[in-house]
Ligand binder design. Sequence first.
Ligand code: NAP
Length: 254
Amino acid sequence: MGQKRKKILLLGGTSEASQLVHCLQNNDSIEVIFSLAGVTKNPVLPRNVISRVGGFGGVTGLIMWLKNNQIDFLIDATHPFALQMTNNAWKAAKICGIPFLNLQRPAWQKRDGDHWYEVNSIPEAVKVLGHRTLRVFLTIGRKDILLFKENIIQHHYWIRSVDKPDDMVLPSHAEVITARGPFDVQSEYDFLKQYHIECIVTKNSGGQTVYAKIDAARKLSIPVIMIQRPVMPQLPSVSTMDKAYQWLMSHLQG
Ligand code: NAP
């Protein structure tokens, strides 16, 4: 009789998660369940693995889910700003005694020629943006736009997100651009120039897919309000998809 296949819960939401699932999907000794929060309307779901969409119901819900589905390994490859999910996953894995790994790509580092204002939160970014009327490129996702509407109304915003934000959260002077990365430097440069953008507000997501705007901003000497990542708990973590793959393979062989 063959060995029982090991079950892996992979929490997705990043390009690294999608790459990892792609590497794992033809491995006969494992079964991957790929999980998304359900934040985007048309998520790209991997083929050949089981997918599920939606929250688990906090730590307690996740513990139940891990037990009911007899999960052997938990890999958290959510976005560096998805603090709650990472915390929940780490706690639930510990309680269930399941090997856990967090896959988190490195943050972007400031380079010569960058004009960054590094802040620790969205409210701080709002404060730094100030009250002088500016043409602002806002790429922070849909969730936190409301704070800009509530606090500083005079700016003209270009807001880019995968799905269109609710009209309710949009500042009065806002153009919405729905697009999914990757973006290239030339088109980001052309966009910033065409609309005379004077400031970019973004999260330090890391990775290559949305980095082109930072290169373009440097070329045009446009200041960037860079929202730093939330502080994660101390947890087992790797920074690349390859390392996550190796971690899993070594556990499977061990
Ligand atoms: P969050 O605040 O840490 O998570 C909120 C809740 O969403 C979690 O407690 C969990 O609900 C559910 N959730 C999050 N990721 C999930 C997953 N992969 N599978 C199932 N449920 C999940 O995270 P967030 O900032 O809302 O981000 C949500 C998702 O979008 C994440 O998967 C993240 O990778 C992705 N994303 C986030 C950003 C960002 O800037 N925050 C950017 C790009 C992509 P329960 O407590 O009910 O389990």
